[in-house]
Ligand binder design. Structure first.
Ligand code: ADP
Ligand code: MG
Length: 805
């Protein structure tokens, strides 16, 4: 190449006009020619240089564009590498997630769940085994064989499960192998891509080296041009001018070359920049590579740890499975030994069972025999019980008769006619002062004695019993209870309340709502007694309520209470009395009694304006009839209980009554006197009893005679102002009681009493009160001389037939 640039060419543009040919001299001509030639040569050289410069410029531009292209290519390659790196990282992540934690963890979890299940199965097995052991010695062969079969099945199942677990473990192993293979593959791929990258890098650096070499050769080329310019400087003036021009041109060219050099320098700078960029890129690539390597290392490490985890999990699972298997084996051995111990028990059970079977086969026969003998025994027992029952019934009836007799005897011993005194307490109505002072005292050792202080003297009386003021309704009732029950046995009973008005007759018989008297208590007792006997007896209880006023009998339960009733003899010739039209109410409960009493009370209230006064002037009767039938014997009994609240016994003479008041008093005295007569006659067992002397005694005739029982309740006031009437009442009571003391004295008592009362009623009813005489407490007798007229009277009276009950 150097030869081409150094030679000058002929026919350059500066020699084309021929002006130099006008110069004279032959010496000058070859010079000029030489100069022209050198000029043209120079021209040529210049052209060549220009051409070369152009080519160089072109080359430079080409190089520049080349470098541009190379740098862009490198950049795109770096981009590609970056992308690839990202891809690789993603791939690594993917692989990690594919191989990594999740799957292994899943498997590990599955294994753990499986293990847990196995452990629970084991526990269940153990529990069952313990249950088996805890059970008492074999009770039935079926159950044990069933249980052992179940256990065997369970064991087989467990073994199957263990097998399954093993196969699953193998599967897991396989899967782990596959994963490892895939990892190796990925690693290989990574290596390949790294090698590719290294190659690419190599190629790039090679190209960089080439371009650097080219630039170096280009730099070396401008040297020959400098040399040529220096040789031209030695030419002529013309030539010098031309040279100057040429030099100017040369300078221009040099400037151009300087510019080119500047451009070259810039290009070099650019090249350096690009080299710098390349080194930077290289450093980046290195960094990426190191990162890649680190990622790879990490990945390998992770894979290693995963592998280790996996192996550990597998080992643990295997160890656990082995332990469980061992336990299952041990259990199996236990079950087997149990089975072996159970077998003899099973044999004995079988024997027992066979024995029982035989017994069951024979059982109906045995049962029939047993039934037959039991029937026979029962029949015999029934027969015996029947005989005993018959015997008992016979004895019971005999006992019943005996009891009746005994009761009767008891009442008789107490006296068929008894007299009891009751002293009421001092009330507000008694007022205060000396008049209301207490005049009655009692004997602390004898409840039958009462002392009365009358006109400064103490008079004592002895009755069957005396109730002091503090005695309750229940106390009084207890005393009369026996009489009331005898009414159920078919006896007739009369209970009279005797005494002056205000002494407590109505209180004792009727009582108050809160504290009922004998009437209601008697009915209640009858109800309960009847109820007790209801298995053997059928009873009906009826009541009638009547009053006797001025010797007229009225029905207080009737529709027309003012109507006077008659007492008639039964037309059948039995001698019994009856009151046609007297209402009878059947009662079954306390409510019935209350209704009846209320009805009677209402009738009495509408009839009389001053009931209190009226009631003290009339006798009030409650007649209770008890009719019974013995279921077994058909025996019928009828008992009558007459509860009589008598009219006031006070003597009206004191107040000097007249007219109707006097008439009332006469009737009262007459009837009370008649009652006294009748009771005396009865107690002294007289043949004639003057029942007909008053409506009251006539009505109560059949309840006073025969085996009938009578109780006289003598009511007295305790206060000073009433001592006179109290004395009379107590005298009446003592006399009634004393008539039965003995046949002789009885008669004597009877005579003395009757004559006195008689005299009082018949002769001096008003004028000569019996209080004229007083008696000492010890004296129970009266002068015998008074008895003759009464005896006469009684002796002349016709004898009365005892009225049948
Ligand atoms: P009688 O019927 O004899 O005229 P009462 O029964 O009406 O007498 O009694 C007169 C008063 O004395 C009544 O207020 C009554 O409540 C009262 N009384 C009578 N006896 C007693 C007693 N044992 N306890 C309390 N108060 C009584
Ligand atoms: Mg009264």
């Amino acid at each position: 190449m150097g030869g081409g640039i150094l030679t000058f060419t002929q026919g350059g543009r500066l020699f084309g006009t021929g002006k130099c040919s006008g110069l004279s001299g032959t010496r000058q001509l070859p010079m000029i020619q030489k100069m022209v030639e050198s000029m043209s040569q120079l021209q040529e050289e210049k052209g060549q240089l220009q051409e070369q410069l152009m080519a160089l410029q072109k080359k430079l531009a080409l190089r520049e564009s080349d470098q541009q292209a190379v740098s862009t290519q490198l950049q795109t390659q770096v981009e590609n590498l970056k992308e690839k790196l990202i891809g690789q990282v993603q791939e690594v992540n993917r692989l990690r997630s594919e191989l990594g934690g999740t799957d292994l963890e899943k498997h590990r979890d599955l294994l753990m769940v499986e293990n847990e299940r196995l452990r629970q199965d084991m526990k269940r097995c153990e529990a069952e085994l313990q249950e088996l052991r805890a059970r008492p010695p074999p009770c039935s062969e079926c159950e044990h064989s069933k249980e052992s079969a179940q256990l065997r099945e369970k064991l087989a199942q467990l073994q199957l499960e263990t097998e399954e677990n093993k196969s699953r473990l193998a599967e897991l192993d396989l899967e782990v192998h596959q994963k490892t293979d895939r990892l190796a593959e990925v690693e290989l791929r990574l290596k390949d891509s790294l090698a590719e990258k290294a190659e690419e890098e190599e190629r790039l650096s090679r190209r960089l080296r080439d371009s650097q070499e080219t630039i170096a050769t280009l730099k070396a080329q401008p040297q020959p041009i400098k040399y040529i310019i220096k040789t031209v400087e030695v030419d002529s003036s013309k030539t010098k001018q031309a040279l100057c021009e040429t030099e100017a041109r040369n300078q221009y060219l040099q400037e151009q070359v300087g510019m080119q050099r500047q451009v070259l320098k810039e290009m070099e700078q650019q090249l350096q920049n690009s080299q710098h960029t390349t080194t930077q890129l290289k450093a980046q690539i290195m960094m990426y590579e190191s990162e890649l390597e680190r990622a790879h290392g990490q990945m390998l490490e992770e894979m290693q740890t995963m592998e280790e985890d996996k192996n550990r999990a597998i080992e643990e699972a295997f160890a656990r499975a082995q332990v469980e298997m061992k336990a299952v084996h041990e259990n199996l051995a236990g079950v087997r030994t149990n089975l072996l111990t159970l077998q003899p028990a099973l044999r004995t059970l079988t024997n027992d069972y066979n024995g029982l079977k035989r017994q069951v086969r024979d059982f109906p026969l045995l049962l029939q025999e047993a039934l037959k003998s039991a029937k026979a025994e029962i029949g015999q027992a029934i027969e015996e019980v029947n005989n005993t029952n018959r015997e008992l019934l016979r004895k019971y009836r005999r006992e019943l008769q005996l009891r009746k007799k005994c009761h009767n005897e008891l009442v008789r011993l107490k006296g068929n006619i008894r007299v009891i005194g009751r002293v009421r307490p001092i009330t507000k109505e008694d007022g205060d002062g000396s008049e209301a002072a207490n005049a009655v005292t009692f004997d602390s050792d004898d409840d039958a004695v009462i002392h009365l202080l009358h006109k400064g003297k103490s008079v004592s009386f002895e009755l069957d019993k005396v109730f002091p003021p503090h005695a309750t309704q229940q106390d009084v009732f207890q005393e009369v209870q026996a009489l009331i029950t005898s009414c159920i046995d078919g006896y007739n009973v009369c209970i009279f309340a005797y005494g002056q008005t205000g002494a407590g007759k109505t209180y004792t018989m009727e009582g108050t709502v809160e504290n009922p008297g004998i009437n209601q208590r008697a009915l209640q007792l009858l109800f309960s007694e009847v109820q007790e006997k209801s298995s053997d007896w059928e009873y009906t209880i009826t009541v009638s309520v009547a009053e006797i006023y001025n010797e007229a009998l009225r029905d207080l339960l009737g529709k027309e209470p003012q109507e006077k009733l008659e007492i008639k003899l039964c037309p059948d010739g039995s001698g019994q009395l009856y009151v046609p039209g007297l209402t009878e109410f059947k009662v079954q409960s306390v409510e019935d009694i209350n209704r009846v009493f209320e009805f009677g009370h209402t009738n009495r209230t509408t009839e009389y304006t001053n009931l209190n006064e009226h009631s003290s002037r009339s006798h009030a009767l409650l007649i209770i009839t008890v009719r019974g039938t013995d279921y077994s014997t058909g025996l019928r009994t009828t008992g009558k209980l007459n509860l009589v609240d008598l009219a006031g016994s006070e003597r009206v003479g004191k107040s000097g009554a007249e007219g109707s008041r006097l008439r009332e008093a006469q009737y009262i005295n007459k009837s009370l006197s008649a009652l006294g007569d009748v009771i005396s006659a009865l107690r002294s067992r007289q043949g004639h009893v003057p029942f007909r002397n008053s409506k009251l005694t006539y009505l109560l005739q059949d309840s006073l005679s025969g085996d009938s029982k009578t109780l006289m309740l003598v009511q007295v006031s305790p206060v000073e102002k009433n001592t006179s009437e109290t004395l009379c009442s107590l005298k009446f009571a003592e006399r009634v009681r004393s008539v039965e003391l003995g046949p002789g004295s009885r008669r004597a008592e009877l005579m003395s009493w009757s004559s006195q009362e008689h005299l009082e009623f018949e002769g001096s009813l008003v004028q000569t009160p019996s209080s004229a005489r007083s008696y000492s407490s010890s004296s129970s007798g009266t002068p015998i001389s008074r008895s003759s007229s009464i005896r006469r009277k009684l002796q002349t009276s016709g004898k009365m037939k005892p009225v049948p009950v």
